[in-house]
Design a binder for this molecule. Structure first.
Ligand SMILES: Nc1nc2c(ncn2[C@@H]2O[C@H](COP(=O)(O)OP(=O)(O)O)[C@@H](O)[C@H]2O)c(=O)[nH]1
Ligand SMILES: [Mg+2]
Length: 325
């Protein structure tokens, strides 16, 4: 039996960071795997997790709850059959609704292979006073369905932000199994051994507006000789714009920083080959974080915006950051 945990949280709250940290705590002899679903078409998180050596399966393009179910189930079935992990962590897109995923995992089909572990929701407490989040049903449902609530990014929070988080926890019905403040997604692996409350899934639906139906596709890669591919998508009131770029292309890190500085978006991330080496670039609320990573076969960039992005302009300015010798 594989114990499965959903790691939820809105865009950029620190889900991938938390998973990377949990994987470092896995006791020797145990096998943990990750299934990651991204809103964008290009898929960056899967590659970030893979670069850390984790067993990963990726379902890009859409929200797990709305993709017709099949690509998700196929991804899940293949991962379970091939890897037989002791524990499976699922990172749904920050725009995704967890209920359908939980229902699928608890369906008859998986009775013999999966046991429900505690579900974790990461919250950036600063968002608790921001109507962009507090007016969003998915935001509330992610919190309601979680067994464990984590206040991440506490280094960036004011006392008021943290107080709002504490109030949220004490007002939660049924009570949360655990609630913690943390930074950089650090969660004690022991917390995941807590048994979840099976009644939580029966909670009233906050009124999930089904996103436009989108097919999740298999993870994509460039064809031999292909230089780049641009991929666009939309759903849940958001747009995704991304590029897969031949790994031979090198970008100037300084110029990329400038490009991100000019960016107007909800979220952006990249795995990219630069003249200073390969990097994971993570952009959120105007702040860019940089982390060196191993050599890449191809670069991947993904932007999520509210309004429809000007893809041609963004592409021209992005490609102008390329170092051509
Ligand atoms: N300052 C600060 N940054 C964080 C913390 N946790 C994560 N981050 C950064 O937030 C960005 C988004 O994190 P990520 O794990 O990709 O979020 P996800 O979209 O929920 O998977 C990354 O640049 C992280 O390094 C934290 O506790 N404090
Ligand atoms: Mg992520």
């Amino acid at each position: 039996m594989t114990r499965v945990h959903l790691i939820t949280g809105f865009l950029g709250t620190g889900k991938t960071t938390a998973i990377l940290d949990l994987l470092k705590q896995v006791p020797t002899g145990e096998k943990w795997a990750v299934l990651v679903n991204e809103f964008g078409e290009v898929g960056v998180d899967g590659a970030i997790l893979e670069a850390s050596g984790a067993v990963v399966r990726e379902v890009p393009g859409g929200c797990l709850c709305c993709v017709s179910g099949l690509p998700f189930q196929m991804g899940l079935n293949m991962l379970l059959a091939k890897e037989k992990p002791d524990v499976l962590l699922i990172e749904p897109t920050g725009l995704g609704h967890p209920r359908k995923v939980l229902q699928t995992l608890q369906s008859e089909h998986y009775l013999d292979v999966l046991t429900a572990g505690a579900n974790v929701c990461l919250v950036d407490p600063r968002q608790l006073s921001d109507p962009r989040y507090t007016d969003n049903d998915t935001f509330h449902d992610q919190i309601a369905l979680a067994d464990i609530l984590i206040a991440n990014k506490s280094d960036l929070c004011t006392d008021d932000d943290l107080r709002r988080f504490d109030q949220l926890v004490s007002a939660s019905q049924p009570a949360k199994l655990a609630a913690e403040r943390t930074q950089y997604g650090h969660i004690d692996i022991e917390l995941l051994s807590l048994s979840p409350d099976s009644k939580r899934l029966a909670l009233k639906d906050h009124g999930h507006h089904h996103h436009e139906s989108r097919e999740a596709k298999a993870p994509i890669a460039l064809e031999a000789g292909e230089q780049f591919r641009r991929l666009e998508g939309h759903g849940a009131g958001h747009h995704s714009l991304g590029w897969l770029i031949n790994g031979d292309w090198q970008f100037s890190l300084a110029q990329l920083r400038h490009w991100f500085d000019q960016l107007e978006a909800e979220r952006a991330k990249a795995l990219i080959n630069t003249s200073d080496g390969c990097y994971v670039l993570n952009w959120r609320d105007g702040v860019l974080s940089e982390m060196p990573t191993r050599a890449l076969e191809e670069s991947r960039i993904e932007i999520i915006t509210g309004a429809s992005p000007n893809a041609d302009t963004l592409e021209t300015t992005l490609f102008a950051c390329r170092v051509v010798d």
